[in-house]
Design a protein around this ligand. Structure first.
Ligand SMILES: *Cc1c(COP(=O)(O)O)cnc(C)c1O
Length: 252
């Protein structure tokens, strides 16, 4: 299939079937990797798979849902808002995993089950306000919030997130906010480095957090390249994109 057919969502039925088969195959491989990693780590509870569908069309989300996927992740509000609106009847949960400007909180509150990239107090305030408003209008459930932690000590190269020292203040603020639930932590392993020490560190930060907030058990870690390391160090949520959907453009 050409990238054009794939990108424009106007596929004929035969091409659509081929894409569905491709997704089924790659999803199966990733599920096997997760099971093996969980078995190797002696874990009885499987982490939750969030399939990251950014850059890929709404039609792919529909195919994934037909394959049993219940959770999808997006990192840009404009794209997520339009896909979730197009698929409003579909039974999937939308997770927001990208850097988020406070002025987008209102939009995100309309479709997101979780925001996994909460990294500063102003964003907590904006999300709480937006969710309460949405709850008054539509009765939506509380928004699950993951605090994104920066695991990269090289400040110039860091991939977003709050400093570990600031996690407790943010956690407290989320706990106090109406409409928000503190779910746990999220992190991205530093680029080009062994992910094991980073995820081990994340596990320790999670332990510290849970000592004060026992219900905040979530650890969202692990992408296509490093899911095994994340499972080893207790990830409860994995965010997998390219190994299921294929490569996406590097920039847009
Ligand atoms: C894109 C993205 C992912 C998925 O990464 P893959 O390498 O494609 O599996 C996970 N987490 C975040 C925050 C992302 O932006």
């Amino acid at each position: 299939m050409t990238s054009l057919e794939h990108g424009n969502g106007q596929m004929n039925e035969a091409a659509g079937d081929a894409r569905a088969a491709e997704l089924a195959h790659k999803l199966g491989l990733v599920r096997q990797r997760i099971e093996s990693a969980a078995a190797a780590a002696g874990r009885t509870e499987q982490p939750r798979l969030i399939v990251v569908t950014k850059f890929h069309p709404a039609a792919d989300v529909r195919r994934l849902a037909a394959l049993g996927v219940e959770d999808v992740g997006e990192n840009r509000d404009q794209e997520a808002a339009s896909k979730s609106a197009e698929l409003s009847g579909l039974d999937v949960r939308w997770h927001f995993i990208g850097q988020l400007q406070s002025n987008k909180a209102k939009s995100v509150a309309k479709y997101a089950a979780s925001v996994q990239s909460v990294d500063r107090p102003q964003l907590v305030e904006a999300l709480a306000k937006a969710v309460v408003r949405e709850q008054d209008a539509t009765g939506r459930s509380d928004l699950q919030c993951f605090i994104q932690v920066n695991l990269d000590d090289d400040a110039g190269a860091h991939r977003g997130g709050a400093n570990p020292a600031d996690v407790e203040v943010l956690a407290e603020k989320i706990e106090m906010a109406e409409g928000l639930v503190l779910s746990g932590l999220m992190a991205v392993a530093p680029l080009g480095a062994d992910p094991h020490p980073a995820f081990e560190r994340l596990a320790k930060i999670s332990e510290t957090l849970r000592a004060v907030h026992p219900a905040a058990t979530g650890i969202s870690a692990g992408m296509s390249q490093d899911l095994e390391a994340a499972v080893k160090f207790g990830a409860t949520h994995l965010r997998i994109g390219s190994d299921i959907l294929g490569s996406r453009p590097a920039v847009r």
